[in-house]
Write a protein that binds this ligand. Sequence first.
Ligand SMILES: Nc1nc2c(ncn2[C@@H]2O[C@H](COP(=O)(O)OP(=O)(O)O)[C@@H](O)[C@H]2O)c(=O)[nH]1
Ligand SMILES: [Mg+2]
Length: 367
Amino acid sequence: MALKCGIVGLPNVGKSTLFNCLSSAKAQAANFPFCTIEPNLGVITVPDERLNKLAEIIHPGRIVPATCEIVDIAGLVKGASKGEGLGNKFLGNIRECDAIIHVIRCFDDDNVVREGGMRVNPIEDKEIIDTELQLKDLETVEGQITKTAKIAAAGNKDAKTLLNILNAYKEALEQGKNARSVTFDSKEEKQAAHDLFLLTTKPVLYVCNVDENSAKHGNEYSKQIEAIAAEEGAEAMIIAAKTEEDIASLESYEDKKMFLDELGLEESGVNRLINKAYHLLNLQTFITAGEMEVKAWTYHKGWKAPQCAGVIHSDFEKGFIRAEVIKYDDYITYGSEAKIREAGKLSIEGKEYEVQDGDIMHFRFNV
Ligand SMILES: Nc1nc2c(ncn2[C@@H]2O[C@H](COP(=O)(O)OP(=O)(O)O)[C@@H](O)[C@H]2O)c(=O)[nH]1
Ligand SMILES: [Mg+2]
């Protein structure tokens, strides 16, 4: 279940700079090098200190972190939904993503032109992008309404449910709201809504790209975005992309650390961003640990043991018998599986066990 995030935003806001600084994160995660699949598509590892700590105890053959695909989606400009700029090419790119990283310019720099040559205006920038995505969704929704209305009129129950969903979305989109502002209660409605693959239902993370001096606390521009994100119930974060790009290009860990310290940051923006994306998507990590490898697996918060077993292999889910679970903290405290067993800290869990972030899992199954 590789997570895929798409970076969107107006031209010259720092999308490619952010993409580059994510890609230079390869130095931090040398065991799974960043690879550029296409010029605008890269795979990065999800930073997770726990894997390294476990490896210090277990000395496995290798460490396998979770990965995340990042796409730098260019071409979104005013009028894009009607074919301006690169036109609709970007839409397919966004549709394939699990989450949207919306980069917004929150820095002044006369050398970097803003569209139309106007003053920096983050709220307006955000609205331009939101509007293009909403218009595209409105087009999709209206098309579906025409089709669905006929089937619903013939008495089809599923079509009636879908029609209600579509009308709710239409109303919100016409008011300039994102489709994600509409929520549904039942499982059936949620599924039907998801199957529409609308652009503005995808979870979004607003990234305020600030100047170096604002790297820690942000600035007036980023405060505006944070306020509006809070209203929407969306997440926002501050990053100084250009500075982070410089940091990421440094060779040694010590140099990076020093640079971050100077900025008053504890963690690089890349790490914060990936962790935010995980949080946004309700994703968590369980770990398998053995002599061969210590490996991170991604699952959805709330999943039970058999479903998580299925992430490793479908046979594990089908033939699930039980799971042996060790808490990460216990592993670190006791320092070996034998000692954990002795202390009675290894628990045997059944089908109903809800896996917790950081659980070290061993599945028993038969096929
Ligand atoms: N001063 C300043 N310039 C930046 C910052 N981020 C990006 N830039 C510059 O803005 C220009 C456009 O950035 P780019 O990442 O290519 O934008 P994109 O069109 O959104 O991909 C480049 O010259 C960057 O060096 C920043 O935080 N501060
Ligand atoms: Mg670019």
